[in-house]
Ligand binder design. Structure first.
Ligand code: SAH
Ligand code: SF4
Length: 357
């Protein structure tokens, strides 16, 4: 008896997201030679084809079998919008189950950065973050993380040179899939993006920071610091009650040493919360402990989310005061970057999708 089409379609094996090893094993299990896994890896992640029929060094019969038994599309483009001012482009992608996630391309003169999501929503309730206000739905698969890159690149005329894991979600709470996606980007068989051009941003899960260091992948790590005081950090980032700043700094020290990279401290400038004199002094002191730089980020308003409680009270530090804060850090020999907020006209800043579940 033949099965209804919808049911057989859902039984297809999803190949996108499998790493090299998994693909080889899967082909072996299908009674095929393991090197078919190499070939398909190359077509999926390097040539980034969308149809099995485009894998021209596979026998026609195998391409046909793959069409029947496997699939590789994890996302479709739901909507996209490009800023006329800055060429920043925001994509909304739909997962196969119908969840919406966002990715943003931020072009600069010398590089083009893609910001990817790792979860649908986020379980960590940071008070300044639109994604946090949405709640949490699910972890993205490695295939869904990779396909944000594939589809964003297909929809943009300059080549993506850098990737930041700074969209929706906490990458280190989706550790397995984050690592797998990094393995795919970093494989010697893929030529698109090198791991040195990838930054993973975390709110701080110490055990996972150490584990990431031990993989030897040497991606850049950004830590969402936002306050140097445990009490204030806990107020704006409740996860700090579970994983303190102190514990995180130990893990970051380990990461910097093991990977020989500098940590980036992300610091969303919040008026009266983390831009006071004592905050400046504490940040100067903290920055000297571990090889690092500071990324000052203007706060994007959450007004469109109708927030409550502390979230409703948060206000941005003025541009002038951010400049002064940056100068004082520089006077103390700290490397400071000011994140530009290009794309504000299309609400494209990373992680600012206004959806409530
Ligand atoms: N969960 C990870 C990565 C996603 S958030 C993390 O927290 O690091 C990526 C960055 O966007 C973080 O530094 C976060 O603090 C920042 N961010 C969140 N909400 C913001 C807002 N309203 N305005 C500016 N930056 C924000
Ligand atoms: Fe999650 Fe990062 Fe937003 Fe915090 S800042 S809620 S960890 S996405």
């Amino acid at each position: 008896m033949t099965e209804p089409a919808a049911e057989s379609a859902s039984k297809k094996t999803m190949l996108k997201g499998m790493n090299h090893y998994e693909l080889k094993s899967w082909f072996r299990e299908q009674g095929e030679a393991a090197f078919r896994g190499d070939q398909v890896f190359n077509w999926m992640y390097n040539h980034r084809v969308l149809e099995f029929d485009q894998m021209v060094n596979l026998p026609k019969s195998l391409r046909h079998t793959l069409e029947e038994t496997a699939q590789m599309q994890t996302l479709t483009e739901h909507h996209s919008i490009i800023s006329p001012e800055s060429a920043t482009k925001k994509f909304l992608f739909k997962t196969n189950e119908g969840n919406i996630i966002e990715s943003v391309i931020i072009p600069e003169e010398k590089r083009v950065t893609l910001c990817v999501s790792t979860q649908v929503g986020c379980p960590l309730d940071c008070k300044f973050c639109a994604t946090g206000l949405m709640g949490y739905k699910k972890n993205l698969t490695a295939g869904e993380i990779f396909d944000q890159y594939l589809l964003a690149q297909k929809g943009y005329d300059r080549e993506i040179s850098n990737i930041v894991y700074m969209g929706m979600g906490e990458p280190l709470l989706n550790y397995k899939n984050t690592i797998k996606s990094l393995e795919i980007f970093g494989s010697e068989l893929t030529t698109g993006i090198s791991l040195r051009k990838i930054t993973v941003s975390t709110s701080g899960i110490p055990a996972k920071i150490r584990e990431l260091a031990d993989t030897g992948m040497k991606v850049k790590l950004a830590f969402s610091l936002h306050s140097c005081f445990e009490g204030m950090r806990s107020k704006i980032m409740p996860i700090n009650d579970k994983y303190s700043l102190h514990e995180n700094l130990d893990a970051l020290d380990y990461y910097a040493e093991k990977t020989n990279t500098r940590i980036t401290y992300e610091y969303v400038m919040l008026k009266g919360i983390n831009d006071r004199k004592e905050d400046l002094h504490a940040l100067i002191k903290l920055s000297k402990k571990i090889p690092s730089k500071v990324n000052l980020i203007p706060f994007n308003s959450l007004a469109h989310m109708s927030p409550e409680g502390l979230s409703a009270e948060l206000e941005p530090t003025s541009d002038k005061d951010i400049q002064i804060f940056a100068e004082k850090l520089r006077d103390n020999y700290i490397t400071v970057m000011l994140r530009n907020t290009q794309g504000k006209d299309i609400a494209a800043a990373c992680g600012q999708l206004a959806v409530k579940f």
